[in-house]
Design a protein around this ligand. Structure first.
Ligand code: ADP
Ligand code: MG
Length: 706
């Protein structure tokens, strides 16, 4: 519970200062200016009062109870101040001061010291090196922050590690004329984390949507769990800047190397059902739509416009955002024809034309609200000097109040003119999200629709248990390798594990001699492939360790002889004889372990596609069936899977099943550091693994006892 932090009934300011513009003065000014309803206790060893409020030399001298304390004194005094907070029974502190972990060893020691004291007393610590919090609740008005934007009450709560970005978002919302519910910028986040704040706001009924800015999450697992839970209740809009350490992880397999290019936080957002943004301005503008509009039931937009060009731009942007601007139904078109001016266009976009009155706009809005082929409404409203723009705005507001379908408005005007400023005010007060240009408005509606898709997708259903999983057998194979200290498994062990999870493998045998190879080839049936099998060889074909399409015994024998010669320096040399499966589409399915989150699973097009284009997608395990299908769609060249230029497509179901089986395998076997199936040979009717690689952690590290 973070009530003491976000709903403090009284606040002490340790380091309150009489010096104007110092933080210890600004914070008190802000509390006063914003109209804080609780008691303020400036703590200052010498001043009798600060900003007209009676000051106390120390916390012990304060007569009343204190919920929250700001600490604004030099870092070396903070541990002692924390002790005094504990003695006074304070429940939360905001440490605005810097000079801790971010400053190196000495600072880190101070941070540890005050944290230990806080823990002893059960004090929650916000910061250090941070701005603070704001609660706009009219009954509280807690502005525990030194920033300069004074938001009005609203329904969006904002959290940002970075104070600079937090202030930017807060100002952005204010510029758009939208209110805010709560705000938090927690700097070093040594105790109260973003996850804690999300969790708290998840329970706050007046927070209708949450905006989050972060530069990566340190408590990935907790964050994912909390975000998943909160995202089922309210929209979470988030932006993450900066990349992860993943790339630094030395990795020899494709999956490991390619995971570096993927952003793990993006995967967490996706898994949790968080709507992610690349642009902070776009996120803030979208938040405005989320604050007042319902979520569209589908992707179909009806456009009402009183000007031509902007509707064309809007249509382009809407379509690029995955929306659709369909032709309206016959009855709707007929109704519009009757209600609108003769010059009006009535199919969609509905161009009511510049001379349209409020009544014309209203008629168009009513038709689109009734039209079952439309899920949301986009309005282009330019303010012609010759029309009653106030009347138009009032009609839009009236329809908006019904809350039936989401409306966004591109309101193009000159706000310097009083008359048009008034029109804008009618829209704003009526809760119509207004934007200054068609692209911004279209992208905001695009975000609403994207969120609708995210919600409908579900996506967090548990992974399905698949038939034919023999985890005991797979564990036994792993246990044997760990016992012998081997971390890169042999081909035979890799395929045995695949088969234990029902992954189809091209028929294979492992042999040591040419004679056995011929016997194996005969049992498998020609043509076959011969591959070298050694722990020390990663990319077999690069070293001449793969020969395909061997059609008879003589060819098998001579291939084995040649390879034996070529690889004679490798100990424990064996060979894999495998069924040759020509003319398949080569795909790659792989996985790499993350310290906190389990495994990242990768899917992509194999062969040159993975080498040159890095055309791969990642998702966090466990993978659901929906997600497996999405992975196939998300690769850039997914059209290749459907077949191109007379080449047959692949059986997607079979490929998705391999992804799901790999996901199941990974859940059972957390000690797998990296694995890939490269390639999966996919055909019009089936798919097989023809090459596999598994690297496990040495014994004693992870997943030892089942
Ligand atoms: P590596 O990746 O270690 O070089 P692979 O076993 O993946 O070795 O073989 C290299 C390439 O040979 C594959 O990408 C594929 O094009 C081809 N190949 C391997 N095995 C088969 C097979 N059973 N059927 C058809 N082609 C194969
Ligand atoms: Mg390979």
């Amino acid at each position: 519970m973070l009530d003491a932090l976000f709903k403090p009934r009284s606040i002490a300011v340790i380091g309150a200062s009489t010096k104007e513009l110092s933080i210890g003065n600004v914070i008190i000014h802000n509390l006063q200016h914003y109209g804080y309803k609780g008691a303020i206790y400036p703590i200052n060893p010498s001043a009798p009062d600060v900003r007209g409020i009676k000051a106390y030399p120390n916390l012990a001298a304060v007569p009343g109870e204190i919920d929250l304390a700001h600490i604004i004194i030099p870092s070396r005094f903070v541990p002692q101040a924390m002790e005094e907070c504990g003695e006074k029974g304070i429940k939360a502190v905001i440490i605005n001061s810097a000079g801790f972990k971010e400053m190196g060893e000495e600072g880190a020691r101070l941070q540890e010291a005050f944290l230990a004291t806080a823990k002893k007393y059960g004090i929650r610590v916000f910061g250090p090196n941070c701005q603070g919090i704001i609660n706009t609740d009219p009954d509280l008005k807690a502005y525990c922050n030194f920033t300069f934007t004074f938001p009005r009450p609203g329904f969006i709560s904002v959290v940002a590690l970075s104070g600079g970005v937090g202030a930017l978002i807060m100002q952005g919302l204010a510029d758009l004329g939208i209110g805010m519910r709560m705000y938090a910028s927690n700097g070093n986040a040594c105790d109260v984390s973003i996850s804690d704040i999300l969790s708290y706001w998840g329970e706050d009924p007046l927070t209708k949507a949450i905006v989050l800015y972060t530069e990566g999450v340190s408590d990935a697992k907790q964050f994912l769990d909390v975000a998943k839970r909160v995202a089922t209740r309210k929209p979470l809009l988030a932006m993450m800047a900066g990349r992860t350490e993943q790339g630094a992880k030395a990795a020899s397999s494709h999956t490991g190397a390619l995971a570096g290019a993927g952003k793990i936080t993006e995967l967490i957002f996706e898994k949790a059902g968080i709507l992610s943004f690349q642009d902070e301005g776009e996120m803030v503008r979208a938040a405005m739509a989320f604050a007042s509009q319902p979520i569209p039931a589908g992707n179909r937009v009806g456009i009402i416009t009183n000007t031509g060009g902007p509707a064309v731009i809007a249509t382009d942007v809407l379509v690029a955002a995955g929306l659709d601007v369909p032709v309206l139904s016959g009855p709707s078109i007929a109704r519009l024809r009757k209600a609108l001016l003769p010059q009006a266009a009535v199919e969609n976009p509905v161009d009511v034309v510049a001379t349209a009155s409020g009544a014309h706009f209203r008629a168009a809005l009513d038709v689109l609200m009734d039209e079952s082929g439309v899920d949301s409404i986009f309005i282009n409203f330019v303010t012609p000097p010759f029309s009653d723009t106030g009347a138009i705005a009032r009609q839009i507001v009236e329809v908006n109040r019904l809350g039936k379908k989401p409306i966004v408005c591109n309101f193009m005007t000159n706000l310097a003119q009083e008359r048009f400023r008034m029109t804008g005010q009618i829209l704003q007060e009526g809760g119509v999200p207004c934007y200054a240009n068609p692209s911004d408005a279209a992208r905001a509606l695009g975000a609403l629709a994207r969120y609708g898709r995210l919600k409908r997708r579900g996506g967090v259903e548990p992974s399905e248990p698949l038939p034919r999983s023999d985890s005991a057998k797979a564990r036994a194979v792993i246990a044997r390798n760990r016992k012998s200290g081997r971390t890169v498994l042999s081909a035979a062990d890799v395929y045995a594990i695949f088969e234990a999870y029902g992954i189809a493998v091209a028929p294979w045998r492992v042999v040591e001699t040419a004679a056995d190879a011929v016997l194996a080839a005969e049992a498998i049936g020609y043509p076959v492939v011969v591959k070298v099998d050694s722990e020390q060889i990663d990319h077999k074909s690069d070293m001449g360790g793969v020969v395909v399409n061997l059609t008879d015994a003589a060819a098998v024998r001579s291939t084995i002889e040649t390879m034996r010669e070529r690889f004679r320096s490798f100990a424990g040399l064996r060979f894999l004889v495998q069924k040759f499966l020509p003319n398949g589409r080569e795909l790659i399915i792989g996985a790499t372990a993350d310290d906190q989150l389990g495994h990242l699973v990768m899917f992509g097009l194999g062969g040159i596609y993975v080498e040159l284009l890095q055309d791969v997608v990642f998702k966090l395990a466990p993978i659901t069936r929906t997600e497996a299908a999405e992975m196939l769609k998300l690769v850039k060249l997914s059209a290749v899977l459907d077949g191109v230029r007379g080449q047959a497509g692949v059986n997607k179901e079979s490929v998705q099943n391999i992804i799901l089986r790999v996901s199941n395998l990974l859940l059972d076997l957390p000690m797998i550091e990296e694995m890939d199936i490269n390639p999966v040979m996919a055909f019009a009717d089936t798919a097989f693994a023809v090459d596999g690689r598994i690297r496990i952690l040495a014994s004693g590290l992870k997943g030892d006892s089942p």
